[in-house]
Design a binder for this molecule. Structure first.
Ligand SMILES: [Fe+2]
Ligand SMILES: [Fe+2]
Length: 167
């Protein structure tokens, strides 16, 4: 990333918000938190387009940071776990709009980031395609290597449980 200052300027109010920091308590892939996953997706998304013209960079950073802003633990047996892939984009988009007053384009990027999982809900703009691609790249990396900082908030026996596959 060449222009860290611009990225930080777009991200500042989100990464400092207490509800975004709640993402440290929720697992993404392996032992990596939603908080760290979201920042990784935002950094990669921004790196992919920072030299491009005609793309809303602020939208890319903010929608990428909030693309998984669903704020619930999904590694629990049952319907929530099964349906998570389909339902969490719309939940994240709604919560991001409530908390951060995001733009319609940002809302659309978040709601469609899981395509092709969500068959007819596909990205409608370049920003959305970038975030969807970056999310998949980061997810594969996290699933394969499972490296990440384990936050003290994620201690087993606390609010969260370890994902099944990490036991
Ligand atoms: Fe997601
Ligand atoms: Fe994600």
């Amino acid at each position: 990333m060449k222009n860290r200052e611009l990225f930080d300027a777009y991200a500042a109010d989100i990464v400092g918000h207490e509800l975004f920091l709640e993402g440290k308590k929720v697992f993404s892939h392996g032992s990596i938190s939603i908080h760290d996953h979201s920042i990784a997706v935002a950094e990669l998304s921004y790196s992919m387009i920072e030299n491009s013209r005609g793309i809303d960079k602020r939208c890319v950073v903010r929608a990428a940071l909030l693309h998984d802003f669903f704020l619930y633990e999904w590694h629990v047996p049952g319907l929530r776990y099964i349906l998570h892939g389909w339902v969490h984009p719309a939940i994240a988009a709604r919560k991001a709009r409530e908390v951060f007053g995001i733009s319609d384009r940002e809302y659309s990027c978040i709601k469609t980031h899981m395509w092709p999982w969500t068959l007819f809900s596909f990205p409608r703009c370049r920003e959305g395609w970038v975030i969807s691609l970056a999310d998949k790249i980061i997810a594969v990396k996290e699933t394969l290597f499972r490296r990440g900082t384990r936050h003290e908030l994620q201690d087993p026996g606390g609010f969260l449980r370890e994902p099944e596959r990490d036991r």
